[in-house]
Design a protein around this ligand. Structure first.
Ligand SMILES: [Zn+2]
Length: 169
């Protein structure tokens, strides 16, 4: 099942999501649907709040289908280590058509559960590091625009408000 992506302005994107406690078949189905929805939207990461579900769950594939081993499911993730810094343009499926440079750590380690509830640690660099931070932020109700200047953020919000008014959001 393909979910439609919730856009900026919906409060579900700006509140902390709830812990996942049931590691059952429904969760596996939801994860499969989230991958499908992410690929359909041409994204490399998708967090549950972005499909309207306030749950601490995200999927990532920074290779976009090229490497099946790159598919990553994060349940109840926590960032436990960060290293270095680099700036690169970043976007979000929930804020389509916009991109802004964001400074992020270059190397990130996350601790999370898999679909069976088993804890694991994963370290990623560059784009994967960025995705780990971006998706974990989503589960804390935080969008990448909170990492850009207030001036740029206000400008972006103003443009989005115009699009909402015009029925184009
Ligand atoms: Zn996003």
């Amino acid at each position: 099942m393909i979910y439609s992506i919730v856009k900026f302005g919906n409060p579900v994107l700006e509140k902390a999501a709830e812990l996942v406690t049931d590691f059952d078949d429904d969760l596996k189905k939801l994860v499969a649907d989230m991958f499908e929805s992410m690929y359909e939207a041409r994204g490399v990461g998708l967090a549950a709040p972005q499909i309207g579900l306030s749950r601490r769950l995200a999927v990532i594939d920074v290779t976009f289908k090229e490497d099946p081993n790159a598919k990553l499911v994060l349940v109840n993730p926590e960032i436990i280590d960060t290293e270095g810094k680099y700036t690169q343009p970043e976007g979000c499926l929930s804020i389509p058509e916009f991109r802004e440079p964001v400074a992020r750590a270059r190397k990130v380690t996350v601790r999370a559960q898999d679909v069976d509830g088993k804890w694991f640690e994963k370290t990623g660099e560059d784009l994967l590091a960025r995705a780990l931070l971006h998706e974990t932020d989503h589960l804390n109700g935080k969008l990448y625009i909170s990492h850009i200047s207030a001036l740029k953020r206000d400008l972006m919000k103003r443009k989005i408000r115009k699009l909402i008014k015009a029925g184009e959001w």
